[in-house]
Design a protein around this ligand. Structure first.
Ligand code: CA2
Length: 146
């Protein structure tokens, strides 16, 4: 069975609990359930992992190699700081779609640059938690093209 990994970085466990004006009111559990629902129609399994620790995210990316057809990754603030996560993504063959809930380009300038985007297959920014769903549909559409 095809599988996708939903990977979320620091503070995204707070989704739906604080700052709804920026990040909306959906919790991470809601997002996972929605993705599961979308992907079951394509017979695709989804695993989910969130961590506030850079090294744990790196380990998960390494373990994903050969085990997933794609990774939907919101790296949180590590997007703007982590060469180590960029190197981890570069070290695997699994395509990664970078997702940001908020429109980072309309926020502080330190959020405008992603160190990871260049090694990801693509990036979805500013469409709320819908961005995760669009990334799931993108990977599902790739199965249909096979
Ligand atoms: O827009 C995004 O998805 C971000 O990746 C979210 C990160 C931020 O550092 C990036 O620049 C853009 C922050 C995640 C914090 O998540 C929270 C969720 C609810 C309440 C508080 C924080």
């Amino acid at each position: 069975m095809n599988s996708i990994l939903l990977l979320n970085g620091p503070n995204l466990n707070r989704l739906g609990k604080r700052e709804p004006g920026i990040y909306g009111s959906e919790t991470l559990e809601n997002v996972e359930a929605k993705l599961q629902n979308i992907l079951k129609a394509y017979n695709v399994n989804i695993d989910s992992f969130q961590s506030n620790h850079e090294g744990e995210l790196i380990d998960k990316i390494h373990q994903a190699d050969d085990n997933y057809m794609g990774i939907i990754f919101n790296p949180g603030a590590y997007t703007h700081t982590s060469i180590a996560l960029r190197d981890a993504i570069s070290s695997i063959d699994v395509p990664v779609v970078e997702v940001h809930i908020s429109n980072v380009h309309a926020r502080e300038s330190f959020r405008h640059h992603s160190l990871l985007a260049a090694v990801c297959e693509g990036q979805i920014v500013g469409l709320g938690t819908k961005g995760y769903e669009l990334a799931a549909e993108y990977f599902a559409s790739k199965i249909q093209e096979r």
